[in-house]
Design a binder for this molecule. Structure first.
Ligand code: AMP
Length: 285
């Protein structure tokens, strides 16, 4: 079977017209926002969208407003040809590939009140990051007008904030969270993994291993939350070549610190390996 070809759209006006025409024709539009350097994790979101919608649009836009380190923005991988090939193979209908002027014609920074969801974990370490995420997601929603939008649980705080903010700002788009895709080793797939050496990837396995251990330790000794967290932080901090930024146990909806009474707990972690910042999370209760 020949690969269906993916249409590349570069302007906001054309993208909007395309979506409107589909919707007028009674078709549903599923949307997967990405920053490119696509991998199997992104493909899982595209497949989920294709399963549930008539048309699937994937945006590839390295959003400058969500980077707080210019060097991180500069070194972010950009792989247009490979991305388009993958999108054609998986059967995405449209790759929306705008430049910054299409997304931010006025250069205006909008400020969003996230009611505290941006204050913990990623928040303090990446000032302005979630404001940039909400700014780009709302702008993309305004252009693409999706019925449903697909986000990875890999970026757990982002998913929680997007769900909350799209509701708060009155978007009709249904936000769908999709499970994290992992390498066989357990390492969460990420566009940033290409910057790790083989030994860096080996070291990074400690992250998902420690999240799994938290789950099994909590199941064994249900009440000793503080102790389990202390031990996990200690073992990750002592892991060779890894610098722990945070490890937190939180409520999955409010992101408040979990307690022994929490019914559900998400373990969320950020760590540095070979100058690459990696994040991961798992439901541990
Ligand atoms: P990014 O291109 O890194 O901004 O990611 C675009 C979307 O893909 C976000 O919703 C991410 O959460 C999601 N994503 C990234 N990595 C994975 C993964 N390993 N599994 C599932 N979803 C992912």
């Amino acid at each position: 079977m020949s690969n269906p070809s993916t249409l590349v759209i570069t302007t906001a006006a054309e993208m909007s017209t395309f979506s409107r025409q589909k919707k007028v024709a009674g078709e549903t539009v599923g949307f997967v926002p990405t920053m490119g350097a696509l991998h199997e994790g992104h493909m899982a979101l595209v497949r989920e969208s294709r399963k549930n919608n008539d048309v699937t649009v994937v945006s590839v836009f390295v959003n400058p407003t969500q980077f707080n380190e210019p060097s991180d923005l500069d070194s972010y991988p950009r792989t247009f040809e490979a991305d388009l090939k993958l999108l054609s193979e998986v059967g995405a209908d449209v790759m929306f590939f705008p430049n910054a002027l299409e997304i931010y014609p006025t250069n205006e920074t909008k400020m969003y009140e996230m009611d505290g969801l941006d204050l913990m974990m990623e928040g303090p370490n990446r000032p302005g990051h979630f404001n940039g995420v909400v700014q780009v997601v709302t702008r993309l929603f305004d252009i693409v007008i999706p019925d449903s939008a697909y986000f990875g649980e890999k970026d757990f705080q982002q998913l929680t904030i997007v769900k909350y903010m799209s509701d708060k700002l009155g978007y009709a788009t249904k936000i769908v969270g999709c499970p994290t895709k992992r390498e066989v080793s357990g390492l969460a797939m990420s566009s940033r993994n290409v910057r790790l050496s083989e030994s860096g990837k080996e070291r990074a396995i400690a992250i998902s291993r420690s999240l799994k251990e938290i789950g099994s330790h909590l199941a064994e000794q249900d009440s000793a939350l503080d102790l389990v967290l202390y031990d996990a932080r200690k073992s990750l901090s002592e892991s060779e070549g890894l610098e722990l930024e945070y490890l937190e146990l939180v409520d999955p909806v409010t992101l408040a610190q979990a307690t022994n009474d929490s019914l559900q707990i998400q373990a969320c972690v950020a760590a540095w390996i070979e100058g690459v910042r990696l994040i991961d999370n798992m439901q541990v209760k």
